[in-house]
Design a binder for this molecule. Structure first.
Ligand SMILES: [Ca+2]
Ligand SMILES: [Ca+2]
Length: 211
């Protein structure tokens, strides 16, 4: 394999990570609320999401969204107990998927759990998050292997009360496979690389700016 083909494969690998997000309204932008405000939503009324009540915030109280202008507060207005939101999406058994999101704390002592479940309730991935910074976004990147045609992603609060656990930009994409990226590359000239590189570089810059 030539040097250029190797580089192109890597570049293509970056660009295929722009696969469509399998999560509907993962950035919580669809239910538009007024800038510099928050709004409580009863269970099931935020586009794409089921579970308990949730809150949407729009660049409120000195915390700008990680992506777009809105994000969710898991510890919602309401009963003050534990909260859990989830969404089910289509997958292909045996395939690997990338998952990422951003999270931030409203005050100290917050924690939540991410679970990714098969359609038969097998736990494909589970992790507790208790390291979030106050009013500052942290990013998580992970992956899982689907077992069924439907997979569920679920965020559950661990600390109770109506304050805390902000999340934004929840993304699940089919992981790019190496064989697919190699077979898709048929050019090996530096001129093509010059066209491809700025696109991937732009994607990276855009990602950084979103922080
Ligand atoms: Ca957002
Ligand atoms: Ca709240």
């Amino acid at each position: 394999m030539s040097k250029w083909l190797v580089v192109l494969s890597l570049v293509f690998g970056v660009s295929t990570s722009a696969h469509a997000n399998l999560i509907l309204n993962g950035s919580f932008e669809n239910n538009d609320i007024r800038s510099n405000s928050w709004k409580a939503f009863t269970a099931g009324t935020v586009d794409g999401w089921s579970g308990t009540n949730m809150e949407l915030w729009d660049n409120f109280q000195r915390l700008n969204a990680f992506d777009g202008s809105q994000y969710a507060e898991l510890n919602a207005n309401g009963n003050g107990g534990r909260y859990s939101i989830f969404q089910t999406f289509s997958t292909e058994a045996g395939n690997t998927y990338d998952v990422s999101f951003a999270y931030a704390a409203r005050r100290s002592g917050e924690s939540f759990q991410l679970d990714i479940l098969s359609d038969t309730n097998s736990v494909l991935f589970s992790q507790v998050f208790d390291d979030h910074a106050i009013k500052s976004w942290s990013e998580f990147y992970g992956d899982f292997v689907a077992q069924t045609a439907l997979t569920t992603i679920r965020f559950s609060t661990i600390n109770t009360g109506t304050l805390g656990n902000f999340v934004d930009d929840i993304v699940v994409t089919a992981a790019p496979s190496f064989s697919a990226s190699v077979s898709s590359v048929s050019v090996s000239e530096p001129a093509s690389l010059a066209i491809l590189l700025p696109l991937s570089a732009l994607a990276l810059i855009r990602r950084k700016r979103a922080k």
